[in-house]
Design a protein around this ligand. Sequence first.
Ligand SMILES: [Zn+2]
Length: 289
Amino acid sequence: MSGYTLMHEHTTIDLSGVKKDMDCRLDCYDETVKEYHRLHELGVGTIVDVTCDGMGRNPEYVSRVEEETGVHIVQSTGFYKEPFLPERVYGSTVEQLAQWMIGEVTKGIENGPKAGMIGEIGTSKDVMTDEERKVFDAAILAAEETKAPIYTHTTLGTCGLEQALYLRRSSLDLSRVVIGHMDLSGDLDYIRRVLATGVTIGFDTVGKKAYLPDETRVEFLKALEAEGMLGQVVLSMDLTRKSHLAYKGGIGYSYLIETFLPMLKEAGIAEESIQKMLVDNPKRILYGE
Ligand SMILES: [Zn+2]
């Protein structure tokens, strides 16, 4: 593996059924290929696609984008959060869900490669529902058995600490667990408390300025760099809508490299820190290196 890694993206995703908004069906194949080509030119070698069962996951589509663009795409197993959980979750035990995830990691996803990530598994706003807890329990069993890493979804950063503490009760290597969307908490002290558990966190909604200005992300990262914490941070954008892509006037997948990295450098964040967040930390999380 070489180059930068974006740790939380969706090559294709379909949440339009629940969200009642066709913009949430990201299926513009040619535009995505075009943007992934550009990412490759910009030095992005790997994308972790955290689209899991119930999110319109399409492994065959993702594999075609990978072949066409040369960007290595790690695909994922697991279940998202309510109300996006598929029937399978409600009708199965923790053990059965774990076995299903283990099968996808060790034998392969139907019509796809072996899953290299368990995620994104999520909690609702301010609460982990019973069914979401079931998915977390299954993910822990699957990760313990396969040594696959875990990537979570928090809703606007809420329950990040609860997730970290919940996962810490297992025998998992927390340096390979990522608590997602922590930038959206907008609360640096809360972020510090999550980091203190030993997990890695995602500043993975870069460019979503309506939720949080990028200047705040930069300010937080600058503070965390001074505290020596960037070995526990990864970066991504979490694009999920057609309107996020450049052809619809959105920021596009290359925004993080072309616009956000220069902002980090301008703020005085060291090249070494950028390497950690985009190269070294992803390697450790994905491959245990
Ligand atoms: Zn998410």
